[in-house]
Ligand binder design. Sequence first.
Ligand SMILES: [Zn+2]
Ligand SMILES: [Zn+2]
Length: 219
Amino acid sequence: MKITQHVYQVGGSNLTHPSDAAIYCITDGRVSALIDAGTGDGHDRLLKNLDREHIAASSIQYLFLTHCHFDHVGGAHKVRGTFNCKVVAHEPDAHYIETGDQYVSAASWYGSFLTPCTVDIKVSEKQKTFEVGSLNVTMYHIPGHSPGSAALTVESEGRLVLFGQDVHGPLNDVLKSSRDDYIQSLEFLLSLNADILCEGHFGVYYGKEEVKDFIESFL
Ligand SMILES: [Zn+2]
Ligand SMILES: [Zn+2]
């Protein structure tokens, strides 16, 4: 599903596997990056979807993981193995991804096991910018839903696209959520004033007002 000239949704509950969170792809046609990896149970469908959008496997240089939950990172080891790309995650959550944690990752809620995945780049800064070909992708630390939750942005067609993923939460002690951090992070996401919001489970929101209304509904 094409969102802009540079942004596609290539996975999710209707596109790869019913348990998968959304998987997005950023590409300038030459270099690409994936955002999240789903559970891994729909990995073959992910490869087909990329192929259908003519996104070459060899173009994928990064897998950005928004947080450590199983529906977003269960397939990370398969993506890293298939594309030989660099896995990027924010520091607190990188630990749970690398150790294959069953509880903070929520894998046990899915009756499954998180296969550990190496995180090649552990981000500790509040914000860090990566070059994906000619595109600048910025990763922001937005703790709350999980300790190391991250959001990403990219400019495309003069619009700011925000990958907020689990903007909606939930908050849960087992997931080490923090309500205070979550509220601060939602305020931060609002301050970005994005034109398009790509969410983890609720689809894509177009227009500053729609994006603002969706984020505000959780405050
Ligand atoms: Zn999720
Ligand atoms: Zn989550």
